[in-house]
Design a protein around this ligand. Structure first.
Ligand code: CS2
Length: 447
């Protein structure tokens, strides 16, 4: 019996990261679940694997992934999927559903009963439509079948993603059935993990190239960088793949790695994505070839000062600058710019709060917030963000705009938004973006 990982989310990042590690570790199968569209689910049913284009600066290489076998489609197969949780073959349920897929009021680490992925599932027991509702229904089925607990592993870019998932699943289960909530707490584990691989959205060009390299059409192909990293909290309820054989690291505490990645990589990514969008630059590599790249480096240095001194942030920063500059990867600023309301807190606001406390300069953090706000204003209701309507309704002028944003991010970041140094820095950054050409922006920050 080959053990199975049920994986929620069929996106490009999953296909390039967890699936790739699992393929290399061997001995396991993945049954991925399409959470909304059935396009990729149908493609996976018809295909024997797919190709990952590894984009090194000196040319592409195609790697085939064949460990994803039976794909599922949540909207049409929810009941069968709930029963699948009860099968003894299934040992791990993992998730890459993006920040907004959790339907959480993130700063409070609680369910947001108004989020569309939560509201319908809280109202009706069946069939579940969102990840948290599905997990709770699935675990109820597993418990009813008399099986042991599962490992539930979040692979999304959220701080303490394991603890967050445990809190959300626990809260949902508690509302359904307190005995179930107790069983979950006693038998299931929720390891945290730091996941990393720069994976642009698949385009027609990706598919055409994968088809040419592999000799056959490949609707599931993804492109990614050669680098990959995965640091996992060693807390599994049952067996797991030997991911360490594929280079994953198992540690007792993932938090320092998560902080480093979210603040230095993702924080710099968000900064450069908004600056890039405002400056009319298309991709990360274009920003890195423009004078604003100096700000990206400066921001990484600032973010590094908020990270555990036990980690080698100098080497990490140098490697990140190379990865971002990779000329073979066309990673669109617009892709990274999406869902800012879900990304800014952990990437930019949390480290800015630490920098404020330490009396360090807030300039590049403020610049990122100002650039995000200008981007949001420009996009209006079309902004790709689950809070689009609230963002489009923000007052246009400062300081009202900042006060309204502070209300969105809640009590965790209230101190930052109230700090005169931060407020002045955001206002100054906004003026700079308004009045100066992009070539002059890097003259602003002093941290
Ligand atoms: C990016 C991430 O789209 C984004 O917001 O910052 O997807 C980033 O590419 C990955 O986290 C890299 O591991």
């Amino acid at each position: 019996m080959t053990p199975v990982i049920l994986h929620l989310g069929l996106g490009a990042f999953f296909r390039a990261q967890l699936a790739d590690y699992t393929q290399d570790a061997g001995g396991w199968r993945i049954e991925p679940v399409g959470m909304r569209s059935d396009r990729l689910v149908r493609a996976m049913r018809d295909a024997e694997g797919y190709g990952v284009i590894l984009r090194a600066p000196d040319g592409p290489r195609l790697k085939r992934i064949t460990c994803c076998t039976r794909p599922w489609h949540l909207p049409t197969e929810a009941e069968a999927l709930v029963s699948r949780f009860a099968d003894p073959e299934v040992r791990i349920v993992s998730l890459t559903i993006t920040e907004k897929g959790y339907g959480a009021a993130l700063s409070e680490r609680r369910l947001d009963p108004e989020a569309d992925v939560i509201a319908a599932d809280l109202a009706a027991a069946n069939p579940p439509q969102g990840a948290i509702g599905l997990i709770v229904a699935g675990l109820a089925a597993r418990r009813a079948a008399g099986r042991g607990g599962l490992t539930l592993m979040s692979c999304d870019n959220l701080p303490d993603n394991g603890g967050l998932l445990a809190a959300l699943v626990g809260e949902f289960a508690e509302r359904r059935d307190p005995d179930l909530a107790r069983w979950i707490a006693e038998t299931c584990t929720f390891p945290a993990s730091m996941v990393d691989r720069i994976t642009p959205a698949t385009t027609e060009a990706t598919l055409a190239e994968a088809g040419a390299l592999g000799g056959a059409p490949d609707p599931l192909a993804v492109e990614t960088e050669p680098f990959r990293q995965w640091v996992i909290e060693d807390r599994f309820a049952g067996p797991r793949p030997a991911w360490e054989d594929a280079g994953a690291e198992f540690v007792a505490d993932v938090a320092p790695y998560e902080d480093m990645k979210l603040r230095m990589l993702n924080g710099a990514h968000s900064l450069l994505a908004y600056l890039g969008c405002l400056a009319g630059l298309e991709a990360v590599r274009d920003v890195m070839a423009h004078p604003v790249a100096a700000l990206v480096d400066r921001h990484m240095a600032a973010a590094a000062r908020t990270v555990s001194p036990d980690l080698d942030t100098d080497a990490y920063r140098a490697a990140l600058l190379d990865r971002f500059a990779n000329p073979a990867i066309r990673h669109l600023c617009r892709q990274i710019a999406s869902d800012g309301s879900q990304k800014l807190p952990q990437r930019l606001l949390a480290p800015a709060g630490i920098a404020l406390q330490a009396g360090e300069s807030l300039d590049t953090y403020a610049l990122a917030v100002a650039a995000w706000l200008r981007f949001v204003a420009r996009e209006g209701l079309d902004v790709a963000d689950p809070l689009a309507a609230r963002l489009a309704a923000l007052p246009a002028g400062y300081p009202d705009r900042l006060d309204a944003v502070a209300a969105i991010f809640g009590p965790d970041h209230a101190k930052l938004f109230a700090a005169p140094t931060f407020r002045t820095a955001v206002f100054d950054a906004d003026r700079l973006l308004e009045s100066q050409p992009p070539e002059a922006w890097s003259g602003c920050a002093s941290n």
